[in-house]
Design a protein around this ligand. Structure first.
Ligand code: FAD
Ligand code: SF4
Length: 481
């Protein structure tokens, strides 16, 4: 049989022009057309050992769904993805595929070739499902376990990707699932953190509505640890709990001048813009709109803040990061988009003081030049200050995006719940906490990570909660020693 000729060239996806998009909040990446998706799907060589599946934290059957796309069986392709991923339109947009499934894709190892664009294909098929839901509704696979009494109630605390996934899986097992969410909207960081131009909130809403179609109940404006404790929920006859409360507590720098007006956390800034729609003149949410905005940090949160500042009308938006371009933790695509849009990168720089005027407003920031030393515990080269190289950066607004810490309200008000030294919840290999009926996963266990790792944790916890509720949960092997 003739060998199939490899197509080494990745199919490009259309994007809004950089100069146009910095004046709006519409989505930047426009997705594949049907023709583009078919072309890209045809690049997959259907590897027998499926390295891409092992690279996916929720083990999507990648070659299978791509083969179905190639056969133009889009509805079947979507069902295949949804067997293990309840939020494919979201993951197709924001997952760091380049360090997961696509990093290990066999096509990426062929000389002169790029990996198959797995994320873009996942997005294509999820968007296709949403566009065709009226004419050809795609049924979620409801693998209902008939041994589970519908009366068994489980509570999910936090409606971020970890909690939503756990809820979806438990609903598929047949439990009576209720999500308790502190905010007035569900989605966690997907709605309050990641901006509209990367992840339209209508997509998040639609994908979450598919969970409510599975029977999941959602109670918003309900802070567990304040309005109800876990004990109160036990009295309401909930028999097991999943804590997916995330890591949204902002971390601040310890330099003089942090108290000036115009210094704010990325968390507050992005929440005002995304969740409270400060960018939309129909809403009266106030937000600081600096003219020369300096964002501290180099991750996705920093890129999102700097790009948001441009869209709100800043004449200059700058990223100030203490390491070099190579160490930037943001997704490469987000960094490239920021560069295209004109965000300035002040690399190997660290703030030493925020300067204020007599009215208490930011008027500048002193920074010091850095150099990279030996590898540190994170495996990256340690930034070292170069004394005497300080200078003042002209800025009137400073957004701090240097990381986040554990959300404390639920954990602090649940006596007996074991936390580690950074206040993240300790779990065993079954995702079970020190309190047997409470399981946990996502950023509240790992610290700030990714959407897909939170989803993977939610899925794994659901499987173990199912065993726990049937009295079949075995202690993890390391606990037996
Ligand atoms: P969260 O998404 O934080 O959700 C936790 C939920 O719990 C929230 O809704 C919160 O309101 C609720 N909650 C907290 N306390 C309580 C309580 N006591 N009672 C009830 N509810 C409570 N990851 C990627 O993979 N790709 C990206 O491009 C990306 N970009 C990002 C951009 C930004 C700006 C940020 C902040 C993060 C980004 N991340 C990205 C990281 C990713 O979003 C998180 O790792 C992921 O959302 C963690 O999911 P989670 O469910 O654990 O927590
Ligand atoms: Fe297809 Fe790449 Fe997965 Fe191989 S590794 S099956 S080429 S997506």
């Amino acid at each position: 049989m003739a060998k199939k000729k490899l197509n080494k060239v990745r199919t490009l996806m259309s994007e809004q022009d950089a100069q146009e998009r910095i004046h709006n909040f519409n989505e930047v990446a426009l997705g594949y057309t049907k023709e583009q998706a078919l072309l890209e799907a045809s690049r997959c060589i259907q590897c027998k050992n499926q390295p891409c599946v092992a690279g996916c934290p929720v083990e999507v059957a990648i070659p299978d769904f791509i083969a179905l796309i190639a056969e133009e069986r889009f509805e079947d392709a979507l069902s295949k993805v949804k067997e293990t991923n309840v939020l494919p339109a979201i993951c197709g947009r924001v997952c760091p595929q380049e360090t997961q499934c696509e990093e290990v894709c066999a096509m990426g190892r062929v000389k002169g070739s790029s990996p198959v664009a797995i994320g873009r294909l996942e997005r294509f098929v999820a968007d296709w499902g949403m566009a065709h839901e009226d004419e050809a509704p795609v049924e979620d696979e409801q693998d209902i376990d008939t041994k589970v009494s519908k009366k068994k109630k489980v509570a999910i605390i936090g409606a971020g990707p970890a909690g939503l996934t756990c809820a979806g899986e438990l609903a598929k097992f047949g439990y009576d699932v209720t999500i308790f969410e502190a905010l007035h909207k569900t989605g966690g960081v997907l709605v309050y953190g990641i901006p509209e131009f990367r992840l339209p909130k209508e997509i998040v809403r639609k994908e979450i509505s598919m969970l409510t179609d599975l029977g999941v109940k959602i109670k918003v404006n309900t802070i567990i640890g304040k309005l109800f404790t876990v004990d109160d929920l036990r009295e309401m006859e909930f028999e097991a709990f999943f804590a997916g409360v995330g890591a949204g507590l902002p971390a601040f720098l310890n330099v003089p001048g942090m108290e000036y007006n115009g210094v704010l956390s990325a968390n507050e800034y992005l929440t005002r813009v995304n969740l409270m729609k400060a960018y939309d003149s129909d809403y009266d949410t106030p937000v600081d709109k600096g003219q020369r905005v300096a964002v501290l940090g180099g991750g996705n949160v920093a890129m999102d803040s700097a790009r948001t500042a441009l869209r709100l009308g800043a004449e200059k938006s700058m990223i100030v990061y203490r390491r070099s371009e190579k160490e930037l933790p943001a997704r490469h695509e987000e960094y490239e988009h920021a560069v295209e849009e004109g965000v300035e990168f002040h690399l190997l720089r660290n703030p030493t003081e925020i300067l204020g005027d007599e009215d208490g407003f930011v008027k500048g920031m002193e920074v010091i030049k850095m150099e990279l030393g030996e590898l540190d515990d994170s495996g990256r080269r340690r930034p070292i200050a170069r004394p005497g190289t300080e200078y003042v950066l002209d800025t009137d607004m400073v957004i701090v995006a240097i990381g986040a810490r554990a959300n404390p309200v639920m954990t602090k008000n649940t006596p007996g719940l074991k936390l580690n030294q950074w206040n993240y919840i300790e779990v065993d290999a079954n995702m079970q906490t020190s309190i047997p009926d409470i399981f946990a996963g996502g950023d509240i266990v790992t610290g700030a990570a990714t959407v897909i790792s939170a989803m993977g944790a939610g899925r794994k916890a659901a499987e173990n909660m199912h065993k726990y509720l049937r009295g079949e949960l075995e202690p993890p092997i390391e606990d037996e020693e």
